[in-house]
Design a protein around this ligand. Structure first.
Ligand SMILES: O=c1ccn([C@@H]2O[C@H](COP(=O)(O)O)[C@@H](O)[C@H]2O)c(=O)[nH]1
Length: 529
C-alpha cells in the first residue's frame, strides 16, 4: 500500500470544505432540506411510508440540483419506516452522488469512542451504502469526544457540522450556560463547542471541513453566547429560515461580518410549494436569492474586531466590545471625526502577485480589512462567494449600480464587470480600521475621479513585477486562463505598467515577504500603527 504524503493528507482533510465552498460559489448559500414530513407526503398525494418518503426526496433533490449548494436529509424521517426507510435513504443518497450534489445527513449523532467508530463506518467509508459528504453531530458528550470521529471524517475527505446554537428556543439556556471548569471555564457552552471545532480549521487555507450549526432564529442570543460567526472559518449550517420564523433580517443580525461560509438550510418553506417540480424549482431559486442578498448585507454590516485564536469573546467581553463600538460610533457622529487613515488602493497588472503579497501581509497583520469586490465573471475553482468576490448576475450588478451602491465600477477586458461596494469601505474607514482595496487600473482611475465627491481620502499603491518577462511567466504559470485570455491580459498589463507614475507608491514584487512588509509599512504609516 502506498502511504500518502503529508500534502496529500492535508488536501484530503480540506476536501469537503473546498468542495462545499466551490459549490456555494457556483450555486449560492442555500442548502435544500429534504425532510419527508408525514403531512407533506399526504399533501403531495404520496403514501405515508418509505416509498412515499423516497418519491418525495427524489423530487426535492431534482428541485435542488443546479439551484442549491447542497441538500440535507433528516434521518429520523426515514428511520421511522425501519429498514425500508433506510433503504430509501440509501437510494436517495446514491442518486444525489450520481447527480454530483453535496449531501449532508442530519443524524445529529455523538457518543463514546466505540459508538463514534460505528458512525464513521456508516457515513464516511467509501463503500458505505449511506456515504455522505458530511453529517451533523451533537456534542453533548463533550465537544472533544467528537475528535476521533472528526479525524475519520477528514481523513476520508468528508466534513461534519457540530451543533453549537440550535434553532429551537429550548436549547438556548443550556447552550449559553457558563462553563464552570475545563479549557473554556467562564465561557458559554456554545463558545467551547465553537472553539473546539475551529481548532480543526485553523491550518486550512480557505474554508475548513469542520462546521457548526447556528440557528438563524437565535437573534440577539448570538451576543450572549460569545460566539462570533464572523471569526469561524469552517462552514456554518443555519436552520430556522422560513418555517421556524427566521427572516432575512435575522440572517443579517446573526451572521454579521461573515464572508461566504454560511449555508442556510431550508426545508418545509420550499417543500410547501410542491409537488409540482417547476413550482419547487421556482421557490428554491427565489429563496436562494433572498438568502444570498441577506448574507451579502450581513457581510457589509460586519465590523473588524481583533479576537483570540478562535475569534470569539466571552459574553462579558462582547458586552463591553459592543458598548465600546457604540461609543465610538456616536462620538464620530457627534464630533464629525475624520477617519484616521486613508483608503489604501492597491493596483498592479494581472499575474504580478497582488493577492499573494496582500495575503502575506494580512497573515502577519490580520487587523487589515480587505474590501471584497463584486463581479459578474464566473468563479474560478476554489473561489468562494463573499470571500474572493461577490459573484453577481448582470441583472443584480446593474440594480446595485443604479442605486449608487458602488464606489466604482469597471468593465474589464470587455468580459466582465467589477465593482467596489461603497458602504463597507466608508464604515471601516470611519471606525479607523486599516482598509485595503485591490483593484485594476480603470478602477483606480475611477476612484480618483469620485473620491473627493464621496469624501474618501486615498493613497494609491502600485505593485510592479521585477520585469515584463517575469510577468509573462507568472501569468502563464497560474494556468487559470485560456491562451486568448492570457494574451488579452498581457496587452492590458502593458498599459497598466505605463501608468505607474499615476501612483503615490510603487512596490516591486521581487520577493513576496519583502513586498508584504513594504505594503504594511505604507499602511502602518497611514494609520499611525
Ligand atoms: O438546530 C437545528 C438543527 C437542525 N435542524 C433541522 O433543520 C431542518 C429545518 O427544517 P425547516 O423545515 O426548514 O424548519 C430540520 O430538518 C431540523 O430538524 C433545525 O431545525 N435546527
Amino acid at each position: 500500500m502506498v502511504t500518502p504524503s503529508s500534502e496529500e493528507l492535508n488536501a484530503q482533510r480540506s476536501d469537503f470544505g473546498l468542495r462545499l465552498s466551490n459549490s456555494m460559489a457556483k450555486y449560492g448559500p442555500l442548502c435544500v432540506g429534504i425532510d419527508p414530513h408525514r403531512k407533506l407526503l399526504a399533501d403531495w398525494g404520496y403514501n405515508v411510508d418509505a416509498e412515499g418518503a423516497e418519491l418525495f426526496s427524489m423530487r426535492m433533490l431534482q428541485a435542488a440540483s443546479g439551484c442549491a449548494a447542497a441538500v440535507k436529509f433528516q434521518t429520523p424521517m426515514f428511520e421511522r419506516y425501519g429498514s425500508k426507510g433506510f433503504e430509501a435513504l440509501e437510494r436517495v443518497l446514491y442518486a444525489a452522488r450520481q447527480m454530483g450534489v453535496i449531501t449532508i445527513v442530519d443524524c445529529l449523532h455523538g457518543g463514546l469512542p466505540t459508538t463514534i467508530s460505528a458512525i464513521a463506518d456508516a457515513y464516511f467509508k467509501p463503500n458505505s451504502p449511506m456515504l455522505a459528504d458530511a453529517i451533523t453531530l451533537l456534542p453533548y458528550y463533550g465537544a472533544r469526544s467528537l475528535n476521533g470521529l472528526i479525524s475519520e471524517a477528514l481523513d476520508n475527505g468528508r466534513g461534519v457540522f457540530v451543533a453549537s446554537l440550535t434553532s429551537n428556543p429550548e436549547g438556548m439556556s443550556l447552550q449559553t450556560a457558563i462553563r464552570q471548569s475545563g479549557d473554556y471555564q467562564g465561557h458559554t457552552v456554545a463558545y467551547g463547542i465553537a472553539a473546539t471545532a475551529q481548532k480543526h480549521n485553523v491550518d486550512i487555507e480557505g474554508m475548513g471541513s469542520v462546521g457548526l450549526i447556528i440557528g438563524a432564529t437565535i437573534g440577539q442570543w448570538i451576543q450572549d453566547s460569545g460566539v462570533d460567526p464572523s471569526q469561524f472559518t469552517g462552514p456554518i449550517l443555519s436552520p430556522g429560515y422560513g418555517w421556524q420564523g427566521a427572516e432575512a433580517k435575522d440572517l443579517k443580525t446573526v451572521f454579521k461580518g461573515t464572508r461566504g461560509n454560511v449555508l442556510v438550510t431550508v426545508s418545509r418553506f420550499i417543500a410547501s410549494h410542491g409537488p409540482d417540480i417547476s413550482a419547487l424549482k421556482q421557490a428554491t431559486e427565489s429563496i436562494a436569492l433572498d438568502v444570498r442578498q441577506a448574507l451579502y448585507e450581513a457581510m457589509n454590516e460586519g465590523e473588524n474586531k481583533e479576537k483570540d485564536g478562535m475569534g470569539t469573546n466571552t459574553a462579558n467581553e462582547n458586552a463591553s466590545a459592543n458598548s465600546e463600538t457604540a461609543a465610538v460610533d456616536s462620538a464620530n457622529v457627534a464630533q464629525g471625526d475624520k477617519p484616521k487613515g486613508r483608503l489604501v488602493v492597491l493596483t498592479g497588472p494581472a499575474g504580478v502577485g497582488k493577492g499573494t503579497v496582500e495575503n502575506a501581509m494580512r497573515k502577519k497583520h490580520p487587523g487589515v480589512w480587505l474590501s471584497v469586490s463584486a463581479t459578474t465573471r464566473k468563479p474560478r475553482p476554489g473561489e468562494v462567494n463573499g470571500v474572493n468576490y461577490w459573484f453577481l448576475t448582470d441583472q443584480e450588478f446593474s440594480a446595485k449600480e443604479n442605486k449608487g451602491e458602488f464606489l466604482e465600477t469597471a468593465l474589464v477586458h470587455g468580459l466582465a464587470r467589477y465593482g467596489t461596494p461603497l458602504k463597507p469601505v466608508q464604515e471601516h474607514l470611519a471606525e479607523g480600521v486599516p482598509t485595503l482595496l485591490e483593484i485594476d487600473l480603470q478602477g483606480a482611475r475611477r476612484i480618483k475621479e469620485r473620491a473627493a465627491e464621496l469624501g474618501v481620502d486615498v493613497v494609491y499603491v502600485f505593485i510592479a513585477p521585477p520585469s515584463f518577462d517575469e510577468l509573462v511567466r507568472r501569468l502563464k504559470g497560474r494556468g487559470t486562463e485560456s491562451e486568448a485570455e492570457v494574451n488579452k491580459r498581457l496587452e492590458t498589463a502593458k498599459v497598466e505598467l505605463a501608468a505607474e507614475n499615476e501612483f503615490d507608491v510603487t512596490i516591486v514584487n521581487d520577493n513576496v515577504d519583502r513586498a508584504a512588509d513594504e505594503l504594511w509599512s505604507v499602511i502602518a504609516r497611514e494609520y499611525g500603527l
